[in-house]
Design a protein around this ligand. Structure first.
Ligand SMILES: C[S@@+](CC[C@H](N)C(=O)[O-])C[C@H]1O[C@@H](n2cnc3c(N)ncnc32)[C@H](O)[C@@H]1O
Length: 265
């Protein structure tokens, strides 16, 4: 199945969403089915990868924190080379390509080589996390601002964030790649003025059958991450809006939510 928006030699940066293939856009699915080569991240769900037609070349260029199988420049080069060879290239990225997805480097690399490139958006992890919790990230009169922030620091470097701006009691923080820095986040946000009792929700493997939720408070965030989370990707949500918790259950009817030690807000 080809389409005029996907000629040979073009690159599409495609948002794969948080994992559940049903959260793919129809356009993303069409592009995946039209590609001749798919370069994908480690966080692209198996159900999404299963949509790649048999015989289509797939290249795992997975990057998980601390385990970079291919560096960004190599990925840029591979995509460009495939397009120059006349492939219809899908670069499949977890969530939305424009949110902590290094899409700028790949767009620049394509532009520099005169390659046609476009972006297909995806459902970002924060949206899937909120849906899984059955909560809203914003709350009329309580959480008027939503901040997406990454707590990923370059190896050996301290986190360089505007803590004062982040410690806004009227905001919800959606913290991507926050596991390693959880203790530092807890300390620095409290130093900047957020109360120790600020509600926190941790969502692991959002939208996948293995999705888990953990509720805690800001002063216990470091402990909660160490004792509760597994190896899956996790999002840290911080703010008063998270106090309005509900109790979603899994498809099998099991509670997915766990209170971490000392929970009380
Ligand atoms: C490199 S960022 C990519 C974010 C992606 N572009 C997006 O829009 O969701 C990877 C981080 O996203 C978050 N993440 C991605 N998928 C997730 C999921 N299914 N559940 C929870 N967090 C997820 C985690 O914080 C993970 O460390």
């Amino acid at each position: 199945m080809t389409h005029e928006d996907f000629p040979a030699g073009k690159v599409w940066l495609v948002g794969a969403g948080p994992g559940d293939p049903e959260l793919l856009t129809r356009k993303a699915e069409r592009l995946i089915r039209s590609a001749t080569v798919v370069f994908h991240d480690a966080l692209v769900g198996p159900g999404v990868l299963a949509l790649i037609p048999p015989g289509v070349r797939r290249v795992h260029v997975g990057k998980r924190s601390g385990r970079h199988s291919k560096d960004q420049k190599t990925i840029d080069r591979l995509i460009v080379e495939a397009a120059l060879q006349g492939d219809r290239v899908v670069r499949l990225k977890g969530g939305d390509p424009s949110i902590f997805g290094r899409s700028t480097e790949e767009l620049d690399a394509c532009h520099a080589s005169g390659i046609e490139v476009a972006v297909c958006p995806g459902v970002t992890a924060a949206s899937a996390a909120a849906a899984g919790l059955g909560m809203s990230l914003t709350l009329r009169g309580t959480a008027r601002k939503l901040t997406f922030v990454t707590a990923h620091a370059r190896a050996g470097e301290a986190l360089d964030l505007d803590w004062q701006a982040l410690a806004d009691p009227e905001a919800t923080l959606a913290i991507y790649m926050g596991k390693a820095a959880a203790s530092e986040l807890s300390v620095r946000l409290r130093e900047a003025g957020l109360p120790a009792s600020t509600p926190v929700a941790l969502i692991e493997n959002a939208s996948l059958p293995s999705e888990r939720h953990f509720y805690t408070r800001l002063d216990l965030l470091g402990l909660a991450v160490k004792t509760s989370l597994g190896n899956g990707p996790a999002l840290v949500l911080v703010g008063k809006a998270l106090a309005r918790r509900t109790e979603p259950t899994s498809a099998e009817g099991h509670a997915k939510s766990v209170d971490c030690a000392g929970f009380a807000y």
